[in-house]
Each structure stands twice: as structure tokens, then as C-alpha cells.
Design a binder for this molecule. Sequence first.
Ligand code: ADP
Length: 289
Amino acid sequence: MSAAEPRAEQSGAMAIPTVTLHTSESEGTEQADPRANEVVFDLQDVSVAYFGRVAVEGVSLEVHRHGITALIGPSGCGKSTLLRIVAGLDTPTGGEVRLDGQTVRRPGADRGMVFQSYTLFPWLTVVENICFGLREKGMPQARQAEMAAHYVDKVGLRGFERHYPKMLSGGMQQRTAIARALANEPRILLLDEPFGALDNQTRALMQELLLSIWESERKTVLFVTHDIEEAIFMANRVLVMSARPGRIKAEVAVPLGHPRHYTVKTSPEFSALKAQLTEQIRVEALKAA
Ligand code: ADP
């Protein structure tokens, strides 16, 4: 396949300062996971201030094993800040994040992150990018190759293993970034607007891809997006953040089953959730404006 071919793809809410989340995959799935109630990580009264200005205030939540939690809210409300704190890339000015009961102080291989902007190493091929963390861990080369092949297949990049990022469309670069994050076998996947730079069609396909991967791998996922439809389609629970200083103002369960097909987006249940969340976000966006 030529390097040019991939380009074809480029182509009046109630205020609730803090909540306890029970982000379990058991709802809407055919088989309840006996460990679904296990808390993977929790935030205890987390606040963040930058240069004395409060960005996030008093956020407490629990995230349970295998759920997909979406964080939505107006721009600048602190979504990415919360994600970075869970990743260990930022430190809260108050409160703490605990992973398996231990305070998070730094990034770790147990948390994989995918950002909006393409973060692949441009001098490495798709496979080399996917294997980057594995090589750092000292994994034997044969095992690295097996893992890479597995995740190349998962994200639909077979035939592109030797391509460099500049030879790939935006969607394919994000597929590689997702494969790289998954290859490290993190317990938690942290996604910050991972499809924000993609066109609508590619974005929709990537949502389906990620959801199908979640349906087979059942990672615990925290997902930041400003797109309400994306949040409902992807998540089991949606957390709505208030305008700055960001607090969790509402929690909405998404009782849509799995496997989740894209046609669910036209169902009455989906529309009702969308209307409810649109109103919540609008109130906050007006405050922010
Ligand atoms: P969101 O992801 O919801 O758009 P962010 O978490 O990126 O919001 O930012 C929340 C607020 O904190 C914003 O007002 C932003 O300007 C501020 N902020 C974020 N990171 C920094 C930083 N490193 N230094 C100063 N201010 C920051």
C-alpha cells in the first residue's frame, strides 16, 4: 500500500460540589463483573490553583474498575487539569488522588495517556512508536514484536507498521497513539480530547474503534471531551463540570448497553440524555462567558 493511501482517512442545574462515583461496567452489559465495585482510583477534595487563581475546587470522586467515565464542561473549567493530576503530571494544591489507596505523586506505567495533539515520535515507525515503552521496560524483542502485532491489529493498522507518522493521516496517528498506550498494558487509560483534531467522519470511526477495544479489553477509562454526543456514546457515566472554578456539578449515568452500535445515537434514550446534558453545559458556558 502506498504512503499516500492513508490520507484518504483524513479526510437550571442543581449545584453539587462533590459526588461519589460508582463507575462500573456492570450496567448495560450482559455479564456483571464480580470485581466491578473495586475502586481503582479516587480523588479526595482535590483543588488546584495556578498563580493563586483557583482552577479546580473540592473535587471528590471514586472511579470503579472497568468503567468509562467522561468529563465534560465548558472550556477552561479544569477537565484537562483533573486528568493531568490523575496522570501524576500535575500536583493538586489541596486534597489528593489515590491509586489503589496510594497517593499519586508522579506518572506511572499503570496509567496510559492519549492527548489530542499527535504525540508520536516522528523519527520512529508505527511499530517502533508502539514498542517505545516496552523497550524502555527491557522487554525481550520477540515479545515486543508480538505485542506490537497484537495492537497493530486491534487498531486496524496492519500494512502500516513501517510507516513514519508524517506518512499517516491524523486518524491513523491517533490509532498509533492508542496502540502505544495500550501496549504498555496500563490499568487506566486517560484520554484528553483524543479525537478533537479529527474531522467528523474520522472522529465517529475512532469512537467506534475505541469503544470496541474497550468492549474487549475493559480498561478503566477517564475521558475528557467537550463533545456531548461523544461523551454519551463512549461512556457509562458522564460527569459535568461547572464553569471555573471547576467542580463536579452533576453525574449522569448512561444506561445504554454493550456492544454499543453507532445507531444508538439516533435512539430516543440517547436524544434525551443529550438534551439533559446540553442544558447543563449551556448553563455553565453562559456563566463562563
Ligand atoms: P479545560 O481542559 O476544561 O479546558 P484546563 O484544565 O486546561 O481546562 O484549564 C483550567 C484553567 O486552569 C484554565 O483557566 C487554564 O487557563 C488554567 N491553567 C491550566 N494549566 C495551567 C498552567 N500550567 N498554568 C496556569 N494556568 C493554567
